[in-house]
Every structure is written in C-alpha cells, then in structure tokens.
Design a protein around this ligand. Structure first.
Ligand code: ADP
Length: 217
C-alpha cells in the first residue's frame, strides 16, 4: 500500500500526458509534473528506508564502534538540523550535564538522534523549544554498567495510549494524512529501534496528549 499510492499517482500523471489529455508544456502539466516528482521522492525515501531496515534486521549493517563524546555528538547533530528548525521556527536547546564518552557507532547514533530531533521539530508548534538532554543512567544489563541517556523533549500534540503501543512498529503514522504531509515514511522509529538494539540499548517515549512528548534512548 505504501509503495502503491505514490506509484499510482505517477502512473496517472504519465497517462494524462501520454494520451494528450494535458498539453506537456501547459501550466496544468507543470503542476502534474510536480505531483509526480513529489511522489517519486517519497518512493525513493521509502525504498531507502526499507532497505536500511532490512539490512539492520539481517545483521548486514556494518557497525563501527568507537569512543564518542556524547555532548559533541549532540552539538554536531543540532548544528546539522539548525536550518530545518529555523524553517519550522522552532528553537533547539542542548542541556548536557557533563562529559560522557560512550562506545558506539557514531553515524548510527547520529541517525537515531537526528530522527528523534527532526520528528520533534516537525510536530512542534512555532516558537517553542525542542530540548535535547544528555545524562548518565544505569544500564539494563545485570552489571548495571553506566550508560548515557539521550532525551528529546517537545511541546507538540503528544501521543495517545493506542499510539504509544505501536509507535516503534513499521509504517506507523499515527495521523497518516498529517504525518505524510510532514514528509515521513513511518519507518524512522522502527529503524531507530533496530539501531538502538544493535547497541544493546533501550529506546522509549513518554507523552501527555496536548502537552508534548519525550523520546529517550
Ligand atoms: P515518520 O518518518 O513518519 O516520522 P517515524 O517512525 O519517525 O516515521 O514516526 C512515526 C509516527 O510517530 C509519526 O508519523 C507520528 O505520527 C508519530 N510521532 C513521532 N514523533 C512524534 C512526536 N515527537 N510527536 C508526536 N508524534 C510523533
């Protein structure tokens, strides 16, 4: 279904042009081409995300573990999302409680954090802040190894109980029309969870409808 919808829309545009219903160099055609281009972009995003997820699930995603300064990672990530935040008129704030070195894959950890922060920005009302916190926590392993907890808090619409239970599954867009409009594929959180699993970590969310959500890993 996810693949068929954009493909059907591209097929419809090509049909109209091919059958001469719409003149190729008319304004109407221009609009149709834009629809087809947006659908194509969506298909590419979907296919890339699906391939990524399959690769991680099959254990074929190469992981490069190294020491990473958690605060640096957050600051780099926020810098790369500054343009998007500005576009949405949302403030990005980092609250980093000290220096923590974590052992992980830098690109994959950045991908997880980027997904959470960009979701928070997409769902935030204008002129609100998205806060990214980093602090130490005890891990879930029996040895209770020190771990670092990343938190991304927004003041968006929040997520109800039904939504919370299926959020990390594939193709779950809670309000699909709204979320598709925001350019998502419904695979970001499933990919984030798979990447967190590869780090032997945990990911979760707490949320109050009407007040906001805090995603953590
Ligand atoms: P998408 O690529 O559609 O954003 P995700 O897997 O990242 O896919 O998110 C799945 C769905 O979870 C979103 O479409 C949205 O409905 C909901 N969601 C994710 N983050 C938030 C948030 N910060 N506030 C409210 N809803 C959210």
């Amino acid at each position: 279904h996810e693949l068929r919808t954009p493909l059907t829309s591209i097929r419809a545009v090509l049909g109209l042009i091919e059958e001469g219903v719409v003149e190729p160099d008319s304004d109407e055609a221009k609009e149709l081409f834009q629809v087809a281009r947006i659908s194509t972009d969506r298909l590419i995003r979907l296919i890339n995300d699906m391939l990524d997820l399959k690769k991680i699930e099959a254990g074929k995603m190469e992981m490069l573990f190294e020491d990473i300064e958690a605060g640096d990672l957050v600051n780099d990530c926020l810098r790369s999302l500054a343009g998007m935040a500005e576009e949405h008129k949302v403030n990005l704030v980092a609250e980093i409680e000290g220096h923590f070195v974590i052992y992980g894959d830098r690109d994959k950890t950045t991908q997880i954090l980027t997904n959470l922060v960009s979701n928070a920005v997409k769902f935030s009302p204008e002129n609100q802040s998205v806060i990214v916190r980093v602090r130490p926590t005890k891990g879930k392993t029996p040895s209770k190894t020190e771990m670092v907890r990343f938190e991304v808090a927004d003041k968006g619409p929040g997520i109800n109980e039904e939504g919370l239970s299926k959020l990390f599954e594939k193709f779950q867009q809670l309000d699909s029309s709204d979320s598709r409009e925001k350019g998502g594929t419904g695979l970001g959180l499933a990919i984030s969870k798979a990447l967190v699993d590869k780090h032997n970590g945990d990911i979760g969310v707490y949320s109050t409808v009407g007040e906001g959500s805090t995603f953590w890993f």
